[in-house]
Design a protein around this ligand. Structure first.
Ligand SMILES: [Zn+2]
Length: 400
């Protein structure tokens, strides 16, 4: 009898030790997690947007985006497994899965082994998952949070992995390769719907059809049942909703009864920067910050339980905030932007000439390999202070 009691006590102690270990992790992990990724958004993209806002306020500097007011600030190294300069899928995989990947691959490490995204780790612990992007849902960054693919360009195959995720909420521009590259496969939204998801185009349809559904996908109305090619910010139509509205939809859909993780990508920042379109890029950074604000307002209501991290996958364009000594000509940049209906109507040479004339330096049409900013606020935010590597982000979100 005594032995049995002893054994029972030993088991009870072991269970207590185990649960206290789990509790410890619970204590350090936020119930609600927002991870914002500004694609291509280096520190200077943020600074350029703030310089423009300062100009609008009649000052040389001093205006801040919301993300810049967060109390914890660090930088993350961004190189991939095989290059100094990463691509979005390798960086997305590093951030989501905590392992370096070769450029061009999604959710696979350098040894070609599938790696597990933070989304799946959290899902196992009861978190609801939301994936949001201003670009298509099967593009590199969002894909890194749910798919495994040797070639990031296999968009149809990436999207066809969505039903297996069981994630509750997706919102994006829509789908690339809607009927695959040859156009001979079933429309991808029908394939996904046949496996338990509700796919909605536009806000009106979403309000009508998504209510009460467990797994929903929002796509921009302008990309209804076709390739979502018009996802550069300048091509947005009036019927498209903003990234901030997508985050709001995500919060509404997931609710706050259960824990959630939302990844939100500002994908158009990268596209504008690839073309060195200064004002388009700045507008995209400001839109991205407005999306961060929606999460921040949620944080204010759930301060002790919410973590917001804002970072980038890499820098795009090698932008400098001014070049030469005569200052940035915001007036001219803005005038061209407004006169053209807030769309970039210039070709490569036109943009190049305007940038030079206005003293904005761009060094490349590609990505660069410098570290990217990390802004954080809320529960566990202090872990993102200082210099980290992009592969550290997953563990920090998991409370490790
Ligand atoms: Zn890019």
């Amino acid at each position: 009898m005594k032995r049995i009691i002893k054994l029972t006590t030993a088991i009870a102690m072991a269970v207590a030790a185990l649960s206290s270990c789990c509790n410890k992790q619970e204590e350090t992990k936020a119930k609600y997690v927002f991870l914002f990724i500004g694609d291509g958004m280096g520190a200077t993209h943020v600074a350029a947007a703030e310089s423009y806002l300062s100009y609008k306020a009649g000052k040389l500097g001093g205006e801040k985006l919301l993300m810049s007011t967060f109390p914890y600030y660090g930088t993350a190294t961004s190189h991939s497994a095989n290059y100094n300069v990463t691509c979005s899928s390798a960086a997305g995989t590093a951030i989501a899965c905590g392992e370096k990947a070769n450029n061009g691959t999604v959710g696979i490490n350098k040894d070609s082994i599938n790696v597990k995204s933070v989304t799946y780790c959290l899902q196992e612990e009861g978190y609801n998952i939301g994936i949001i992007s201003s670009v298509p849902v099967n593009h590199a960054t969002p894909a890194s949070f749910y798919a495994h693919e040797t070639n990031r360009g296999n968009y149809y195959s990436i999207a066809s992995q969505i039903p297996d995720t069981d994630f509750e909420f997706f919102a994006s521009a829509g789908f690339l390769d809607y009927k695959d590259k040859k156009g001979d496969k079933d429309p991808i939204d029908q394939v996904i719907e046949s496996q338990g998801y509700t796919v909605c185009y536009g806000l009106e349809e979403f309000r009508k059809e998504a209510a009460g559904k467990e797994k929903v996908i929002f796509c921009q109305e302008s990309n209804r049942q076709e390739d979502a090619e018009n996802y550069v910010s300048d091509a947005k139509t009036s019927e498209d909703i903003t990234l901030a509205q997508m985050v709001q939809l995500g919060i509404e859909s997931l609710g706050d009864d259960e824990p959630f993780f939302i990844m939100c990508e500002g994908g158009t920042i990268d596209w504008a920067a690839h073309d060195n379109r200064t004002m388009s890029m700045i507008t995209d950074v400001i839109d991205f910050d407005a999306a961060v604000k929606v999460a921040y307002e949620f944080y204010l209501q759930h301060k002790d339980e919410t973590l917001i991290v804002v970072t980038a996958d890499h820098e795009t364009g090698g932008i400098t905030l001014g070049c030469g000594h005569s200052g940035i000509n915001w007036e001219k940049l803005e005038k061209q932007w407004i006169d053209s209906g807030k769309k970039n109507t210039l070709d490569y040479d036109g943009n190049r000439a305007l940038n030079i004339e206005c003293n904005i330096g761009w060094t490349t049409l590609g990505h660069t390999g410098g570290p990217v900013p990390v802004f954080a606020i809320g529960k566990g935010a202090e872990k993102f202070n200082g210099r980290i590597d992009n592969t550290d982000i997953k563990g920090k979100i998991l409370g490790e």
